[in-house]
Design a protein around this ligand. Structure first.
Ligand code: G4P
Length: 528
């Protein structure tokens, strides 16, 4: 095995996703504690600034600052290098989460056992399914009186359109929650009265009929556990890792993140079954992670918090080869060579200089405006990573310039913010009309605040009667041209100059589809 292959084999790069409040932050923190990346609880909790961010600009700023520090959290566990990519919890920043998912090899989805599948759970899972990302589900808050675990499994399968296979099973729920039974290695993990897991509580049993089980759980819980396990073994197929890796089957764990229940079991199984850094598709070919030449792409850009330094940080996922500091690489979109003197890795609460990085790693590159989301770096091969699409925004407003003397600043600012992925910018011609598309109200406040503070440009937004953007294509240029001419008032162009149909309602789209059957309408900016 070469050094590169060994480095790839020991890495796991993943994201934790959930509907807000299901326990993503708590679980992240517990994993970091187990991994020794942080010493005490509370470090990641600061991330919760995002929850209170409504119209308080300082909160928004604070949040941006915090999410830089916690964008990538790395630690070693049992010889494996785990990279957790943070995803914003607030739904108004969902697009940022979707993009981060392009840079991971798998995800852990956290579901609240009281609430079950929620709106964001569904949306995030759709994105995972699009990319066939392997998913492990962690059902959290078993210390609360939640839904019956069998009902939950059914709900997950139905609502998320994925097969499930429990790998652990809760013993009791709410007040009677005693711990979890590990189905794969037949271990009972119990918890002490103060609900802190202690190592001695892990008991391996030969089989559930063992009299010890009655002693430990009491007659009723022991009986219920036996019944449940019998039922699972009777109806569930044995766990098939290849189905998990291809995104069709989600292993399910139960626990309570805040109480440390079931977290270590999750982590240990995750390390065993989750994929190491995978190859990725480009516009010309698939790049395998073990190829010796370096390739990588930018999936996130962060503005510098310090207004005196306009530079930004571009987060680059290494896809193949070895990245080296101070080495020239090719920025394919610009066709120019660049080298990086201070590439940075971000840990839970510190950052450090990177000399070398391997596939699956994420590095921060200081940038003075060269990068856009999706940009590819290589050792010279002309290829572009695909699969980093824009999704249709949900709210659309026209950007209005409040100060004609600052037109240039406004132009520059809004283009840069759109390169960073703060919001999507659509241009409508003639007139260079700027339409901003977002998934949440909060993004408009961020844009207004940042344009003023960083570019000195004052703007406001005008309501528009648009509810959906659809990217349009046709097999012939002629057909597309005809459609665009016919609907010129509803056509705008995205940042790559692709035409987009801005529809007022679902009816609009239906009507256009009937009128122009040869036009294809797409929900994302990439399609095949
Ligand atoms: P998020 O990142 O997905 O938004 O969720 P977060 O971890 O912030 O957790 C949301 C709330 O759920 C928090 O309570 C947290 O303490 C609680 N929580 C997390 N895991 C468990 C669990 O296993 N059992 C129970 N009962 N609660 C859990 P909060 O009141 O919003 O905040 P805090 O004041 O406790 O920090």
């Amino acid at each position: 095995m070469t050094t590169l292959q060994a480095e790839i084999a020991k890495r796991r790069t993943f994201g934790i996703i959930s509907h807000p409040d299901a326990g993503k932050t708590t679980l992240t923190e517990k994993l970091l504690l187990f991994g020794g990346a942080i010493q005490k609880a509370g470090t990641v909790k600061r991330n919760k600034a995002e929850k209170t961010a409504t119209s308080d600009f300082m909160e928004i700023e604070k949040q941006r600052g915090i999410s830089v520090a916690t964008s990538v959290m790395g630690f070693e566990y049992n010889g494996v290098k785990v990279n957790i990519l943070d995803t914003p919890g607030h739904k108004d920043f969902a697009e940022d989460t979707y993009r981060t998912l392009t840079a991971v090899d798998s995800v852990i989805l956290v579901v609240d056992c009281v609430k079950g599948v929620e709106e964001q759970t569904r949306k995030l899972m759709q994105v995972c399914r699009m990319r066939h990302t392997p998913v492990i589900i962690f059902v959290n808050k078993l210390d609360r009186e939640g839904k019956d675990p069998f009902d939950l499994l059914e709900e997950l399968e139905k609502e998320l359109n994925i097969s499930t296979r429990p790998l652990s099973w809760p013993i009791g729920i709410g007040h009677s929650f005693k711990g979890v039974y590990q189905l794969n290695n037949k271990a009972l993990n119990l918890f002490s009265a103060n609900k802190k897991q202690i190592a001695d509580d892990k008991i391996t049993i030969g089989n559930l009929e063992d009299a010890k089980v009655n002693e430990l759980l009491g007659h009723d819980l022991a009986g219920k556990l036996r019944e449940d396990v019998e039922l699972i073994e009777a109806v569930a197929e044995p766990f098939d890792r290849s189905l998990y890796l291809s995104g069709y089957l989600a292993p399910v764990f139960f626990g309570s993140a805040i109480n440390n229940f079931g977290v270590q079991e999750l982590l240990e199984t995750f390390i065993e079954i989750a994929p190491s850094p995978q190859g990725r598709e480009t516009d010309t070919r698939k790049v395998e992670s073990a190829e010796p030449k370096f390739t990588g792409f930018v999936f996130k850009i962060h503005a510098n918090l310090d207004p005196n330094h306009r530079d930004r940080i571009a987060f680059c996922r290494i896809c193949s080869g070895t990245f080296k500091r101070n080495t020239f690489y090719q920025h394919n979109r610009l066709g120019k060579k660049m080298k990086f003197a201070s590439p940075t890795s971000f840990m839970a609460d510190n950052k450090s200089l990177v000399e070398e990085a391997y596939p699956g790693d994420v590095i921060g590159l200081y940038d003075s405006g060269n990068f856009k989301i999706g940009d590819t770096l290589t050792e010279g091969e002309n290829l572009q990573f695909v699969g980093i699409p824009s999704f249709s925004p949900e709210i659309f407003r026209e950007l209005e310039n409040n100060d004609p003397f600052k037109t240039k600043q406004l132009e520059k600012g809004i283009h840069q913010l759109s390169d960073e992925g703060v919001a999507q910018l659509f241009i409508q011609n003639p007139g260079n009309r700027k339409i901003i598309g977002t998934v949440g109200e909060l993004q408009f406040e961020v844009i207004q605040f940042r344009l003023l503070n960083e570019y000195g440009a004052s703007c406001s937004f005008r309501h528009m009667n648009i509810s959906k953007a659809k990217w349009v294509s046709a097999s012939s240029d002629e057909e597309l041209k005809k459609f665009i001419q016919r609907h010129s008032s509803k056509i705008a162009y995205d940042k790559e100059n692709k035409p987009v149909f801005l529809a007022a309602s679902a009816w609009d789209i239906e009507y256009a589809t009937k009128q122009f059957p040869e036009i294809s309408f797409h929900d994302t900016s990439e399609w095949r």
